[in-house]
Design a protein around this ligand. Structure first.
Ligand code: WTA
Length: 656
């Protein structure tokens, strides 16, 4: 647990303005404490009341939490529900003409879709899926651009009880194949291409390549959305079908499939500490409830809001806070296909002005890069529509927080720094903005009903100011239900025996300050957080050693001003250690290889070649030393257990 005892010294406190507090859904600390007290007094009753008032049920539940087969918890299990009905149909009576999605494409063109239009689109596409034989429980992989259609595809799956698995459009054919294969998908939904930052990526060709790698025999159809006029390279008459042809003659209504509360809504793959990504399986009712409660409490949702979450639907944030959360609560939201820096670094600010955005949710890495590219740019735009800002995905440094607060939010908008994970389904630790005063860099306090704690190796709560492991001591409705196809790994990873299987281990270290505020310090496992993306070091290592030139590889993270962390790879080639131009050439080749094996986001920023790697006599790679070398630190640790201490000097000098 080295390094996690360092306590940040940030003491500035930003309480909500009187106006914000007065109008907030949860107002003042009294409001927050009242909810927490209710959850403590009657935990199940607390969640049951919320599930009854915030979700629409076909058949109401009578059982709340079933812990018989812990840690495979069940919530509301005898209730029947449909997530798509909750996100669309139930709004039709009162807000059919309300805009659900304001879509801005990479090129700046804007399309608006009302709840009624969204309803018809989702129903038509759901009928299209049914016509291909997709039924309840079938897996559908979605490999799409970040467009209205991606949301339609997800909602259509939910409508018919199919389980979607969205694969981020930046992943390569190899990564796509692995996910299709693990989920045993019946159908893949893709597009001819995606355009971001003016650059096209041929998603359909990558899908063809993935299927061509073998192991995807479960796939019977590939639906192709025509995003641009470019023709796909190949067209397989039997397997491929155009989206527009599929929906053309379909009815625009479709009775939802009423599913059990626990029916899996989706699988989303994320990185862990082994080479194989984990298929995080979420439920229907409990998951949706988490998104609704946090839309209301953390995002303080108002009927007049224009909400914008800048994530991609390929990540959990895009699931919970684009595809499900905002629609479930009936919000108007912006969906943006492009990147923050195209055509220039004022794109976000220009869009906030143009669409009169009230609630803006983005990642610290985006904030840091926009500060660097134009810290004054926000001042050129009218950002007075904003009333609430949010961050997610990684710790935000106090400097970036202050800039966000002052320059973007005009010192008027609370910032909700939301800690959560793919596994938690919804925000877990975050300020309720009308109640909890914020501190730059802290995600503050758990939301009511979330029993987060910081413990030591034995499971005992650590003292204030001391670092420890972040855990959750009670099951909550939107938690991960399983790792797809690997229950053992689920138990071992999240409910380890060290804690008698009783605590959910988040995999982060954290500490509490003197006010009880929580500060996230970083991962405790071999997971990196690069620009808010979770990457497993083992995943990158496996990709590297799959290259015929490579004998061995070890990957570590290194602090990076903008990305949070960058990827450093130590590589031993089968041939002699390369130097000079040759080292540069091979490093370039290996970077391209990783982009092809996993995706550009996993490319090492730096590659160092060695004759071998620092190992203990028992053969364990000493990653701590590799991290120190990457940071350029002097090695002060005892290296006497190393088999080959001389290698350290070589690796230190091997930066290219
Ligand atoms: C990190 C993203 C500090 C953390 C929603 C967690 C954060 C991992 C924050 C999950 C935050 C997320 N402050 N760290 N506000 N939010 N993290 O699954 O290490 O992509 O375990 O979910 O991101 O990443 P994931």
């Amino acid at each position: 647990m080295s390094g996690i005892d360092s306590v940040l010294k940030e003491t500035r406190l930003f309480p909500p303005s009187d106006e914000f507090r007065t109008n907030a859904t949860v107002s003042g600390m009294d409001g927050y404490n009242a909810l927490c007290d209710k959850a403590t007094a009657d935990y199940e009753g607390f969640w049951a009341d919320l599930a009854r008032s915030m979700l629409s049920w076909k058949k109401p539940f009578t059982q709340v939490l079933n812990q018989d087969n812990a840690p495979f918890f069940k919530w509301f299990e005898d209730g029947l529900i449909n997530v798509s009905y909750n996100c669309i149909d139930r709004h039709l009576e009162t807000k059919a003409n309300k805009v659900a999605i304001i879509f801005e494409a990479d090129d700046g063109s804007v399309t608006r879709v009302t709840y009624r239009e969204l309803y018809h689109r989702v129903c038509q596409f759901a009928n299209g899926l049914k016509s291909l034989g997709v039924t309840k429980g079938d897996r559908v992989v979605i490999y799409m651009p970040h467009t209205i259609e991606a949301v339609v595809a997800m909602q259509a799956c939910a409508r018919i009880g199919a389980i979607h698995s969205v694969v981020f459009g930046g992943f390569s054919a190899g990564a796509l194949r692995d996910r299709i294969q693990d989920a045993q998908a019946k159908v893949v939904i893709t597009a001819n291409e995606t355009v971001r930052g003016g650059k096209a990526t041929p998603l359909k060709s990558i899908t063809d390549e993935a299927l061509g790698l073998g192991g995807c025999e479960s796939v019977s159809k590939v639906i192709v959305f025509q995003r641009t006029s470019t023709k796909p390279e190949h067209w397989n008459e039997e397997r491929n079908i155009w989206w527009h042809k599929l929906v053309k003659d379909q009815a625009d209504t479709c009775e939802p499939e009423w599913v059990e509360a626990e029916h899996p809504l989706f699988i989303l793959y994320t990185s862990g500490s082994t080479g194989k990504p984990k298929g995080i399986q979420h439920s229907s009712a409990g998951y949706l409830l988490g998104t609704q409660v946090t839309m209301k409490w953390v995002f303080d949702y108002k009927e007049t809001d224009v909400y914008w979450c800048t994530a991609d639907v390929g990540w959990i944030t895009g699931h919970s806070y684009i595809a499900y959360g905002p629609l479930g609560i009936g919000a108007t939201q912006v969906v943006f296909e492009g990147v923050p820096t195209y055509p220039d670094a004022s794109r976000f600010w220009q869009m906030i002005e143009k669409h009169e955005v009230t609630t803006f949710y983005t990642a610290p890495t985006a904030i840091r890069s926009l500060i660097k590219l134009g810290g004054d740019l926000p001042k050129k735009y009218d950002l007075s529509s904003l009333r609430l800002l949010g961050t997610v995905g990684e710790p935000i440094n106090p400097e970036a927080w202050m800039w966000y607060y002052e320059v973007v939010g005009g010192s008027r908008c609370p910032i909700v720094d939301t800690w959560w994970q793919t596994e938690t389904g919804c925000n877990m630790i975050a300020p309720l903005p009308g109640a909890v005063a914020t501190k730059p860099g802290s995600c503050t306090l758990p939301i009511p009903g979330i029993m987060a704690d910081i413990v030591d190796e034995s499971g005992a709560q650590v003292d204030l100011g001391k670092g420890g492991f972040l855990v959750v001591s009670k099951p909550w409705p939107s938690m991960v239900r399983n790792i797809w196809g690997d229950s053992e790994r689920f138990k071992k990873t999240y409910f380890p025996e060290d804690y008698n299987g009783k605590l959910y281990l988040a995999g982060d270290s954290a500490h509490r300050d003197e006010n009880g505020y929580i500060w996230i310090m970083g991962r405790i496992d071999d997971v990196l957080n690069v620009s808010g993306h979770r990457l497993g070091t083992m995943e990158i290592e496996s990709a590297l050693v799959a290259n015929p030139l490579v004998a061995e590889a070890a990957v570590v993270g290194k602090p990076h001003d903008i990305k949070g962390e960058s990827v450093v790879a130590y590589v031993v080639l089968k041939a002699a250690r390369p130097e000079g131009e040759e080292a540069k050439r091979i490093a370039k080749e290996l970077r391209e290889w990783v982009a092809h094996e996993i995706g550009k986001i996993a490319q090492p920023d730096e590659i160092r070649f060695g004759d071998n790697l620092p190992k203990t006599r028992s053969g364990k790679i000493m990653r701590r030393l590799l991290r120190d070398i990457a940071k350029g630190l002097e090695i002060t640790a005892d290296t006497s257990t190393l088999e080959n201490p001389a290698i350290l000097e070589q690796l230190r000098q091997s930066a290219i």
